[in-house]
Design a protein around this ligand. Structure first.
Ligand SMILES: [Zn+2]
Length: 470
C-alpha cells in the first residue's frame, strides 16, 4: 500500500497538473487552435487550483507584475528585453494571456514533467497582469514589485467603472508582501492614490517636458479627488487626466519622481528622450504614452539593479506589440495598424497623427466593432478628439460592425466625406483604390476589428498569423 506524505502529495498534484496542461497545449496545436496561451493553464488549474503559487514560488529571483489600463504589454516587453540584455533568466507571459490561466500556461510551458522549473533559482518572473486579475496574481505570486502604468476607462461592460478597478487594486495591495516596491505613475492621480496607506517602498515615475503640455481636455476619467471629493487643477496636462496635477480641496499633488523623462522628441517610428540615471535613449515606439510606459519599465529595471547599458539596449531593441504601431506592407502601401481600446488610447493616437508631418495628407481608416472584447457600448467614440486631424486628411474611411456610428462621428468631427465600408476586405479594396504604392495608411481599429483586419491581411499574404509572430 503506497501512502504519500503531504509534501509529496503536493508535488504529485503539481506534476499531474503540469502534465495535463502540457497535454492540452499539444492538443490545442494539433487542432489548429493557435498558440495555446490560455487552455493549458485552464486545464492545469482544474487539477491544481494553486498551480500558479506552486510553480511561481519556485522562482528564486521572485516576480514582478505589470498592470494598468494601457501600456502593460509595452512596459513588459521593454523590461523583458532589458533582462535579456543583462543576461538575467526570466519568464514572461505573452500578450493576451494576462489572466491567471495565461500566467499558469507560461509557468507550465517552462516547467519540466515533474513540475520543476529548470534553473528556477536564477529566474525572475515577469507577469503582465490584467487589472481585474491583480488580486489573485498578487496573492499567488507574492511579487517583489508591482508597476501601475495608468488607469483609464476601458471596456465598460467588463469592469463597470474606473472606481471598480481602483478598488480591486487596493484589494490586491492588501494581499501583497509589505516590503514589495510599488512603481507608480506620478502623472496619473488615480494611480498615485495607491500610495495612500502603503507603508512599503514606492518608486515614482513621470514625464517632465513642458513642450507636450496641452490645453485640450480630451477624455478625463479621474475628475474628482477620491480623498476629499475636490477637483484637480493642472499646471501641465499631457493627455486625458495625466499631467502635473494638484487637488484644489486637500492639496494632494503629484509626487516628485525618481525616474523622469525630459527632452522628449517624437517621430513617426521612434521616440528619443533623456531618462534620469540612464542618459539619452531611443526606442522604436512613439507617442507620449509610450514614453510613459517606457518609464515604468526603466523604474522596474532600476529596482532590479540592471545596468544602464542593458536598459538603453532594451529600449532600443523592443518590438512593437501585436497591433500597436505595427507596419504591414500591402501592394506597396505601408499600412500602420494602431490599436485603440478606449477613448484615452484613441486620443493619444490622434494626437500623434496630428503631430507628425504627413506630407501630402493623412490616409486614415477608423474601424469600430462592439463585440464583447471591444466593449458593447460604443458611446466612447464621442469622447475622442477626431477633430484634431480633420484639416490634415487626404483620404478617410469608417469601417467595422458599427460602421454607420463611426461614419456619423467622423462626419460630425468635420472629416471630409468619410467613406463607409463595412468589412475588412471591402475596406482594403477601398484603401488600395484611393492610394498609391509608397503611401502610408493609418488603420485605427478596436480589438476584434484588428483581429478581422489581420485575418484578411493574412488571407492576402500580407502578414503571418499573429500567434506565430514571436
Ligand atoms: Zn483632495
Amino acid at each position: 500500500m503506497l501512502s504519500l506524505r503531504p509534501t509529496e502529495q503536493v508535488k504529485a498534484r503539481v506534476a499531474v497538473a503540469v502534465m495535463a496542461g502540457k497535454g492540452a497545449a499539444v492538443a490545442s496545436r494539433l487542432l489548429g487552435r493557435g498558440g495555446g496561451t490560455a487552455l493549458p493553464g485552464l486545464v492545469a488549474e482544474r487539477v491544481d487550483g494553486t498551480i500558479v503559487r506552486d510553480l511561481g514560488r519556485q522562482l528564486g529571483r521572485g516576480s514582478v507584475l505589470v498592470t494598468g489600463t494601457n501600456g502593460k504589454t509595452t512596459t513588459s516587453r521593454i523590461l523583458a528585453r532589458a533582462l535579456q540584455e543583462a543576461r538575467i533568466a526570466s519568464l514572461h507571459n505573452r500578450e493576451g494571456s494576462n489572466l491567471m490561466r495565461g500566467i499558469a500556461s507560461e509557468l507550465i510551458a517552462r516547467a519540466g514533467p515533474f513540475g520543476r522549473i529548470p534553473a528556477a533559482a536564477e529566474t525572475l518572473g515577469l507577469f503582465e497582469t490584467d487589472e481585474a486579475t491583480l488580486p489573485a496574481a498578487a496573492a499567488s505570486l507574492a511579487p517583489r514589485a508591482i508597476a501601475f502604468t495608468n488607469l483609464f476607462r476601458d471596456q465598460l461592460d467588463r469592469y463597470g467603472e474606473v472606481d471598480t478597478v481602483a478598488a480591486l487594486w487596493r484589494d490586491a495591495l492588501a494581499l501583497t508582501p509589505k516590503d514589495a516596491t510599488l512603481v507608480l505613475n506620478a502623472d496619473d492621480p488615480s494611480v498615485a492614490e495607491l500610495a495612500d496607506g502603503w507603508a512599503g517602498p514606492i518608486h515614482w515615475f513621470g514625464l517632465d517636458d513642458p513642450a507636450f503640455a496641452t490645453e485640450q481636455v480630451g477624455a478625463v476619467d479621474a475628475r474628482w479627488c477620491r480623498t476629499c471629493g475636490g477637483s484637480f487643477a493642472y499646471s501641465r496636462r499631457y493627455f486625458a487626466h495625466a499631467g502635473w496635477w494638484r487637488c484644489t480641496g486637500c492639496g494632494r499633488a503629484r509626487a516628485e519622481t525618481e525616474t523622469t523623462a525630459t527632452d522628449i522628441r517624437l517621430e513617426l517610428e521612434r521616440a528619443t528622450f533623456r531618462v534620469s540615471g540612464v542618459g539619452e535613449v531611443t526606442m522604436p515606439l512613439t507617442g507620449l504614452y509610450n514614453v510613459s510606459n517606457a518609464l515604468a519599465a526603466v523604474a522596474l529595471a532600476k529596482i532590479l539593479e540592471l545596468p544602464a547599458a542593458a536598459v538603453v539596449a532594451g529600449l532600443a531593441g523592443v518590438r512593437p506589440a501585436f497591433g500597436r504601431q505595427e507596419l504591414v506592407e500591402l501592394e506597396g502601401r505601408r499600412l500602420r495598424l494602431m490599436l485603440c481600446k478606449n477613448p484615452a488610447g484613441a486620443n493619444q493616437v490622434f494626437r500623434l497623427l496630428a503631430a507628425i508631418d504627413p506630407g501630402p495628407g493623412l490616409n486614415v481608416a477608423v474601424l469600430l466593432n462592439d463585440r464583447f472584447a471591444d466593449g458593447r457600448d460604443v458611446s466612447w467614440i464621442w469622447d475622442v478628439d477626431y477633430e484634431i486631424v480633420k484639416d490634415r486628411l487626404a483620404a478617410c474611411w469608417a469601417s467595422g460592425d458599427r460602421v454607420e456610428d463611426m461614419a456619423l462621428r467622423l462626419r460630425y468631427a468635420g472629416w471630409p466625406s468619410p467613406e463607409a465600408v463595412k468589412g475588412p476586405a471591402a475596406l482594403l479594396d477601398a484603401v488600395l483604390a484611393a492610394t498609391h504604392a509608397g503611401n502610408d495608411v493609418f488603420l485605427v481599429p478596436t480589438y476584434t476589428a484588428l483581429l478581422d483586419l489581420r485575418a484578411e491581411l493574412a488571407r492576402r499574404g500580407a502578414v503571418r498569423e499573429f500567434w506565430k509572430n514571436d
